[in-house]
Design a protein around this ligand. Structure first.
Ligand code: NI
Length: 399
């Protein structure tokens, strides 16, 4: 007989079933009051209140984030589980009874669902606190969507991973079938570099280009030259996307401007590929500057690193997911995704794995960031069960 029967606790499935109604209500409340990155004050308050009621001692982290330990100071392994909490700066146009009450803010990535799933896991883990043979750190992260470089970086700086051996998180994904889990070892989501390139020349009368240094012509040459960076420097087996997305210069049709400004983005799945592309961008900028007699100042900011799953941790997720969803429901199909996630800031520091729970009914199911998207509440029990299973498997239970 399992220990929870012996101790008078109902089976875990029954405990989760009892949590579903209050967790769904809470998810809808968070959905109704979405908050942008580093502004998640109300969400933080709700999370801390929920955790305090369970006997945790939650602490703020990264301004509007929360961390809480199940067994602070206990010897043994320490596993972190992470959920993101922020919304997107977009309008909610749905007829949902719990639609956003804030203009220009909406939970269109399902972080409301991630947050309550981790709270549900916290609730189950609190009931088995004495038996967990180590610590579990719950990490509720602000600003996953990229405000000020993202919340994960700040949480790492504020020592959120101190003493942590492994970390796990999931994202709901309507692109994968409902009832499936997707996980792989190695790169699972792309790195992102933001590009801002300032061109400084000498402006003047459009009729006298010989006395100017034209940043528009130099910028046009630069955009064209950048197209060859990936195609001529990156191997056919590697991947990178470099896109120049804005080009601003000048105001009048008879004035050669003194300045131009380009912006764009670089995505890769390999840190060395990204470093190579960044080096080539800088080299192309100085070559064009030299040729056209202008100054070119590239600012290339590494926004998010490649999200790399550690092999052991990905395998742990695969086994746990197979035990819960069945062997045919778990695969690496469709990975890596070219979207980005700052969970890679955590897996740069400690081993970990990021996985996806499919939320797709059919090809019409609105995807993350779509105006009609809503988190699928049926994922809550699966996510809780998976989180708890990872604790059982990777931290262990006392007899
Ligand atoms: Ni998201």
């Amino acid at each position: 007989m399992r220990a929870w029967y012996a101790r008078g606790m109902p089976p875990i499935e029954a405990q989760i079933a009892a949590l579903l109604s209050p967790l769904t209500t809470l998810r809808h409340e968070i959905h109704r009051h979405p908050e942008l990155g580093f502004e998640e004050h109300e969400t933080q308050r709700r999370v801390m209140e929920y955790l305090r009621d369970l006997g945790f001692d939650p602490k703020p982290c990264a301004t509007t984030g929360v961390i809480a330990d199940l067994n602070p100071g206990r010897s043994g392994r320490s596993l972190a589980l992470r959920a993101d909490m922020d919304c997107l700066p977009m309008q909610e146009d749905t007829d949902l009874p719990y639609r956003s009450i804030h203009d220009g803010r909406a939970h269109k990535c399902g972080h409301d669902g991630h947050t309550v799933s981790l709270l549900g896991a916290a609730s189950i883990l609190a009931g088995m606190r004495e038996r967990v043979d180590g610590n579990v750190r719950l990490i509720f992260q602000p600003a996953e969507e990229g405000v000020n470089g993202g919340g994960a970086r700040v949480m790492v700086e504020e020592a959120a991973l101190e003493g942590v051996d492994e970390i796990y998180a999931f994202h709901n994904w309507p692109g994968f079938p409902h009832g499936s889990a997707r996980v792989c070892a190695g790169p699972v989501m792309a790195s992102v570099h933001d590009l801002v390139i300032e061109l400084r020349g000498v402006g003047g009368h459009a009729s006298q280009p010989q006395v100017t240094r034209d940043p528009v012509v130099a910028g046009a040459a630069l955009v064209t030259a950048l197209q060859s960076v990936v195609s001529r420097n990156i191997s056919a087996t590697d991947a990178a996307v470099l896109s120049v997305c804005t080009f601003h210069a000048g105001e009048a049709n008879n004035v050669i401007p003194a300045r131009a400004r380009l912006t764009g983005t670089l995505r890769t799945f390999d840190t060395s590929v990204a470093a190579n592309v960044v080096d080539r961008i800088r080299a192309v900028c100085s070559g064009i500057a030299e040729s056209y007699g202008v100054e070119i100042l590239p600012e290339i900011q590494a926004l998010y690193p490649v999200l790399v799953n550690h092999a052991d941790c990905a395998e742990a997720v695969r086994q746990a997911a197979e035990a819960i969803l069945g062997p045919t429901a778990v695969s690496p199909a469709g990975l890596p995704l070219a979207a980005a996630e700052d969970f890679g800031r955590f897996t740069e520091r400690v081993p970990g794995a990021y996985f996806f729970l499919g939320a797709g009914e059919n090809s019409d199911t609105p995807g993350c960031h779509h105006p009609d998207f809503d988190f699928d509440d049926r994922l809550i029990p699966t996510a809780i069960r998976l989180f708890v299973r990872l604790v059982e498997d990777r931290v262990g239970l006392r007899p």
